[in-house]
Write a protein that binds this ligand. Structure first.
Ligand code: HSE
Length: 403
């Protein structure tokens, strides 16, 4: 029998306990032995709950108990999760975590400790919630050179953008409604500013290329400036707007960004709506592959954590994660990234001719909106766009496109 500890009895932690208790028999069969929760660490009390008799408040009890060889970390954040996880790994205990901040910042260091001690640091639930994506990248897509990973990696923003498109509402109205319904956090900054998606694409990119991609180096833009009008223009060309986390190999360097992107209905991720996540991967041998499912939520996320626990039980004494070294992956300077840009500009005397003079050939879109024009540029670099935009007055907004 494997004795495990769960650190953090919040949404995901309580889900992990629920999954382990509900599917006890099938999990034991798949793991090859029973999995017993010996401790749950949390500073709060949970009177009357199933974990009442296993609740502890002192981390050292877990660290110093030789019977515990697998620890689940579902506390979130960096402190004290990082110190606790590192201490567990140094004690020779495998760790399974859902904590994307921890993995994005300390992944290579924690993996190196796990490798040295022949144990495992597993983090399937840190990206895409219940969608299997870490394991495929680590185990299944290993014959390929990964050319592109593009994902809708944040359920909250995908829900907001879907409602804006379907209801013609503005960003702030939909956000408030989503908060009332509990779909968006009271403090939604990490989601709407793209920080959550940024950590997730940093993890996927690092795993795909085996070298560290710092999330601080990834260009990140959220969805707060997207408006109902943008969707009206998009509809005219069979397109929509999605928040993408993307990384692509461009001339041997990785282009990584998080930004709202206008995509046509032919794009594989076009139909990923509401709180769902979708991840598109292109390999040089495999071609295209897609992963789709619930990227958040108590039980889908807990299911991914427990799958890691089963893997950790099955692979005691053997490290199964591939290399993710601390060496830095070379990132393409964002100025060199190329797109076609969707641009809205205020109407004024001769504005189309002036726009053509700075941006070159334009594809105009008419959505019947008074007082402005909209167009899509030819392919140009970020730098070229910025310089051109600086030479003309009246730009309302810009969205990068993926066509
Ligand atoms: N806030 C995240 C989302 C939760 O909306 O996708 C999962 O990381």
């Amino acid at each position: 029998m494997s004795k495990i500890a769960v650190m953090g009895y919040g949404t995901v932690g309580s889900g992990v306990v629920e999954v382990l208790l509900t599917n006890q028999a099938s999990i034991a069969k798949r793991a090859g032995e029973a999995v017993d929760i010996k401790y749950v660490l949390d500073l709060r009390d949970f009177p009357g709950s199933v974990i009442e008799d296993r609740l502890i408040k002192d981390f050292d009890i877990i660290k110093n108990d030789p019977e515990i060889d697998i620890v689940v970390e579902t506390m979130g954040g960096i402190n004290p999760a990082y110190q606790f996880v590192k201490a567990c790994l140094c004690e020779g205990k495998s760790v399974c975590t859902s904590n994307k901040e921890l993995v994005a910042k300390y992944g290579p260091e924690l993996l190196a400790i796990a490798r040295k001690n022949n144990i495992n640091f597993l983090f399937e639930a840190s990206v895409g919630g219940g969608i299997p994506i870490i394991r495929p990248l680590n185990q299944s897509l290993t014959a390929d050179e990964i050319e592109e990973i593009t994902g809708i990696l944040n359920g909250t923003t995908n829900y907001i953008l879907t409602k804006m498109r379907d209801e013609g509402s503005d960003f702030s109205d939909v956000l408030h409604k989503a908060q009332e319904l509990g779909y968006a956090e009271r403090n939604p900054e990490a989601d709407i500013e793209g920080y959550d998606a940024c950590r997730k694409i940093a993890i996927l990119t690092s795993l795909a290329y085996g070298q560290q991609v710092d999330f601080e180096d990834i260009y990140t833009e959220g969805i707060t400036k997207i408006t109902a009008e943008d969707f009206k223009y998009a509809a005219k060309i069979n397109a929509t707007v999605k928040l993408f986390g993307t990384s692509k190999m461009v001339n041997g360097k990785v282009l990584a960004m998080v930004a709202p992107v206008m995509i046509k209905s032919t794009h594989p991720l076009y139909s990923v709506d509401d709180v769902f996540n979708g991840i598109y991967v292109r390999g040089n041998m495999l071609g295209e592959v897609m992963f789709y499912g619930k990227g958040a939520g108590k039980l889908p996320t807990a299911s991914a954590v427990v799958a890691d626990v089963v893997d950790a039980v099955k692979h005691k004494g053997k490290s199964i994660m591939t290399i993710w070294s601390e060496e830095k992956q070379e990132i393409l300077p964002f100025d060199e990234a190329e797109h076609r840009f969707f641009v809205r500009i205020k109407d004024s005397e001769g504005i189309i001719e002036k726009a053509e003079a700075v941006f070159g050939k334009l594809e105009m879109i008419d959505a019947g909106i008074e007082g402005e024009h909209a167009f899509i540029t030819e392919i140009m670099t970020e730098k070229e766009y910025r310089e051109a935009a600086g030479r003309i007055q009246g730009i309302i907004s810009m969205i990068r496109t993926d066509f």
